[in-house]
Design a protein around this ligand. Sequence first.
Ligand SMILES: Cc1cc2nc3c(=O)[nH]c(=O)nc-3n(C[C@H](O)[C@H](O)[C@H](O)COP(=O)(O)O)c2cc1C
Length: 189
Amino acid sequence: MKKNFGAKAVITPLPVLIIATYNEDGTADAMNAAWGGQCGGKHIALNLGAHVSTENIRRNGAFTVSFADKKHLVASDYVGLVSAKDVKDKLERAGLHTEKSEFVNAPVIVDYPLTIECRVVSIREELGEVRVVGEVVNLSADEEILDENGTIDIGKVEALVYDSAAHAYRVVGERVGSAFKDGLQLKQS
Ligand SMILES: Cc1cc2nc3c(=O)[nH]c(=O)nc-3n(C[C@H](O)[C@H](O)[C@H](O)COP(=O)(O)O)c2cc1C
């Protein structure tokens, strides 16, 4: 038997993306964003409400995306709970540190091991949300999360995912297969 839950948009898991931007006064802001993802090979899409970060993205035409990790779970949730509008030293309180990106006008949060730097290519309002598309101009990773071949090992990141069914954070775990490969065994020759 299946149980119906009605019209509920539960796509789970979702990524836990930490979006970093510069405020008007030059200080850094960060927010938690689960409604985001990759669109195409070189673009990232975000669905944003009316936040300080949203205005920062409009003004600066740039943002960075870090993957929240288990080590920084509390800080990552905190930046999704309070606004820079109310808490001026939001990042300091979260214990997060930034450096200016070499590539775009946005901060890189150095505490997270994996960060994507983006230039805004599209901002559109639809269904009460602001949809932002950024073109990836750089991806940087701490050496500690690379495997012996120099490839990013997401298991080493202990990246968080958001389980929107249970409002819980979970950790990306065990590798159980190879994409574009394991299904080949059922393909007829
Ligand atoms: C788990 C989680 C996921 C969230 N996902 C989104 C999202 O995808 N889009 C959005 O607009 N806000 C999202 N938020 C809310 C913002 O992170 C939050 O409103 C934040 O305080 C905005 O900060 P700012 O005003 O300093 O920019 C999320 C919050 C949490 C805790």
